[in-house]
Design a protein around this ligand. Structure first.
Ligand code: CTP
Ligand code: MG
Length: 393
């Protein structure tokens, strides 16, 4: 039996999608549309060979996308999708495949079972295409903008790709109609007199066309897809930084990361002056682009007078959860000549671990002096700096 091959069309310019580079090379959660489409076919157990059709100017972009995938060398496309399809078809002649699937690179969310359905239906049909039934009522408009006609939707489907064909028939039809213009390959075999079977595609298999389609794609490509395609996704990782200073004043202890530490002075502030926890709260808020500590707990509000700073940190952590995020790691540096941080590190870690519901091993606390320089060196106060790494799912 002949091979099953897949042709992924990526020779267009993506003019409607805007932006600098053609849409098929733009990424959704760190993986380009073209790479997502290629992976879907490379990983399908019934597909033997996969080839992309690319624009001659995109060779360097293609190399980056395709480097580690098991692909046939790409071929160049033409001015129209139809011409790109024909070039791709001709490149497979030497393999005499039995079935070919033609897919738009701009449909990165094609499901494996959509591919299977199209492929399997070619056992009984010359041609088949993935499509979805129309659920909206469809209206035809007249020139004045009014409804001319309501079209019964029962028989209407929206065409997707892949579209599958017996190789000989699609090649012959493409050659026969190369001087006419069709928007999809199924229409070309229809014109050649073949019957084309409609099979269910998948709802997510939309064609990325306009700029807002990238937003839809971002939402769609959740963890589930990452697992299926074994994609290591780093695009949801955010890093926030925070910084705070409090001045020494009268007192016999300071509070750092929720831990009271005996000292010759206290720290002055509206709240309990936990400078370390304030820096950390700001880092977390920074990681989710949610303003700063003063946005939620203004010092002008008497409610926060003497408040324990864990209220602020708890609230910031809650906001991360609300944004579907997880705190992965935090790193904190406390700058002061005294008190010494080292002896209290473990209790600080445990307190933060408790508040953030995070393992102590993911909480780093460091102390440093500023070599007697500046306000911390003159023992006028304590400064703290924090970084929080957050993964938004
Ligand atoms: N395509 C192609 N060769 C062309 C035109 C299109 O291979 N000359 C491919 C595109 O790369 C895309 C698919 O056909 O994967 C569907 O086309 P479309 O969504 O229209 O993409 P573009 O033509 O790139 O976009 P636009 O029409 O907005 O310029
Ligand atoms: Mg186009």
């Amino acid at each position: 039996m002949g091979k099953n091959v897949a042709l992924v069309l990526a020779g267009g310019r993506g003019s409607r999608a805007g932006h600098g580079i053609p849409k098929q090379y733009r990424e959704i959660r760190g993986v380009s549309l073209l790479r997502r489409s290629l992976i879907a076919f490379c990983e399908h157990p019934e597909i033997n060979l996969v080839r992309a059709v690319i624009h001659p100017e995109d060779q360097h972009l293609y190399e980056m996308v395709a480097r580690d995938l098991p692909l046939e060398p790409p071929v160049f496309g033409g001015d129209t999708r139809q011409k790109s399809g024909l070039n791709g078809l001709e490149s497979f002649i030497e393999y005499s495949p039995s079935k070919i699937l033609i897919h738009d690179a701009a449909r990165p969310f094609v499901a494996a079972d959509t591919i299977t359905r199209v492929l399997d239906s070619l056992d009984s049909s010359t041609a088949a295409l993935a499509a979805s039934k129309i659920t909206d009522t469809v209206k035809k408009q007249d020139k004045g903008g009014y409804v001319r006609e309501t079209i019964p939707r029962e028989e209407l489907w929206r065409a997707q790709t892949p579209q599958g064909f017996r190789f000989k028939e699609i090649l012959a039809a493409h050659i026969q109609f190369q001087n006419e213009s069709y928007t999809d390959d199924a229409a070309i075999v229809e014109a050649a007199g073949h019957k084309v079977l409609l099979v269910d595609g998948n709802e997510e298999n939309f064609k990325v066309t306009n700029p807002e389609d990238f937003v839809r794609g971002e939402v769609l490509s959740g963890t589930e897809e990452m697992t299926t395609h074994n994609i290591v996704d780093l695009s949801g990782i955010r890093t926030g930084i925070g910084f705070d200073v409090h001045r020494f004043g009268p007192g016999d202890h300071v509070i750092l990361c929720g831990v009271p530490i005996p000292h010759t002075h206290g720290l002055l502030a509206h709240s309990d002056a936990d400078v370390a926890m304030h820096a950390l709260t700001d880092a977390i808020l920074g990681g989710i682009c949610a303003g700063d500590i003063g946005t939620y707990f203004p010092p002008s509000d008497m409610k926060w007078k003497g408040a324990s700073s864990d209220i602020f940190l708890t609230e910031a952590a809650k906001m991360v959860t609300q944004k579907n995020g997880v705190i992965n790691h935090i790193d904190l540096t406390i700058v002061c000549e005294t008190p010494k941080i080292g002896p209290h590190r473990e209790s600080m870690q445990s307190r933060l671990a408790e508040i953030l519901n995070l393992s102590s091993e993911l909480i780093s606390i460091k102390g440093t002096t500023s070599e007697k320089l500046g306000f911390t060196g003159r023992r006028e106060g304590i400064a703290a700096q924090a970084a929080a790494t957050i993964w938004i799912r």
